[in-house]
Design a protein around this ligand. Structure first.
Ligand code: DON
Length: 304
């Protein structure tokens, strides 16, 4: 596969979309990003890599972190985690509170905010140093010890995160949070503030794509069936109420974040990370999604 020439075309054709969308400014610190950044990095099964643009520039991974925390909780508790969070697509915005209320405090899946908050609560209960353990896990996955939280971003979200505070209190009212709400929010804002570049993201999702086996990193061990399940949730719920559209246009499991990053992968073939900060109304990167749609179309490589 001639990924280099495909990427050249992806870069050119996706450029038309670089003026579409808006950066996330509901977390004030995120509005400092240069909206015109664009980076892409592919890691292949035979250990080749290809990159474009700002692929080595770090950005806030935000909701992409929900895959890492889910992996840790699944490794600790096994099937028991599904008593507290479901595996169905929500068809609702990532921070919707309405559905949570009428479904009695059991979030639809671990990638919408209430689901991620329950996972965060599980980690607080079972780990003595959850923040350190999360960083150790992500650093091992990415094979890069420089990865860290951005404390300004975490603080900025803490100061303005009234929506997430409502969600965690609603969960607590339904008996689905065991730790103090403030502690759950503090850990959640830290996980979302992790800063990574496209190369580190592509590398850290190589084990999800089964390019590296077994899945055993910093005491987070997952068997093949567990990896399959996490990947299935990425396919069905990785892009919130745009997950159907992403499967339709791109055809890969993946996960987005409001920092403008998207990670996606084709099991046994490649993992691909893309970053472009301007988002559509559903909170997904406009040019990032277009670039991935072009990539799977031009390469003819998707799970379908
Ligand atoms: O909780 C929030 O709103 C953010 N920290 C994360 C949201 C997010 O990344 C949704 N992704 N598209």
């Amino acid at each position: 596969m001639d990924y280099s020439s495909i990427l050249e075309q992806v870069f050119k054709e996706s450029k038309a979309y670089s003026s579409v969308g808006k950066i996330a400014n509901y977390i004030p610190e995120l509005s400092n990003i240069n909206p015109d950044k664009f980076g892409l990095y592919i890691q292949t099964k035979d250990n080749q890599h290809f990159e474009l643009g700002d692929s080595l520039e770090p950005f806030s991974i935000q909701s992409i972190s929900k895959v890492f925390t889910l992996s840790m909780a699944f490794s600790l508790l096994g099937e028991n985690i599904w008593k507290r969070v479901g595996v169905e697509p929500s068809g609702s915005p990532f921070n919707s509170i309405v559905q949570l209320e009428y479904e009695n405090g059991i979030p639809r899946n671990p990638f919408i905010n209430p689901g991620a908050l329950v996972i965060t609560d599980i980690l607080l209960t079972h780990l003595n140093n959850p923040k350190t353990d999360l960083l150790l896990f992500v650093r091992k996955l990415a094979q890069d010890d420089s990865i860290n939280f951005d404390l300004n971003i975490a603080q900025s979200e803490k100061e303005t995160g009234h929506h997430n505070a409502s969600l965690v209190h609603m969960l607590k009212a339904h008996g689905n949070i065991n730790n103090p709400c403030e502690e759950v929010l503090d850990f959640y804002y830290h996980q979302c503030s992790i800063v990574m570049n496209c190369k580190q993201l592509a590398q850290s999702f190589s084990p999800y794509a089964s390019l590296i086996e077994p899945f055993d990193f910093a005491s987070v061990e997952l068997n093949k069936s567990q990896v399959k399940r996490i990947n299935a949730i990425m396919l069905s719920s990785g892009f919130y109420d745009e997950s159907g559209e992403f499967a339709f246009k791109v055809g890969l499991p993946g996960k987005s974040g409001v920092g403008g990053g998207i990670i996606a992968f084709l099991p046994h073939e490649y993992s691909i990370a893309v970053w472009s900060p301007k988002l559509n109304k559903k909170g997904n990167s406009v040019r990032g999604m277009k670039a991935l749609e072009l990539f799977t179309t031009l390469s003819g490589q998707s799970i379908f």
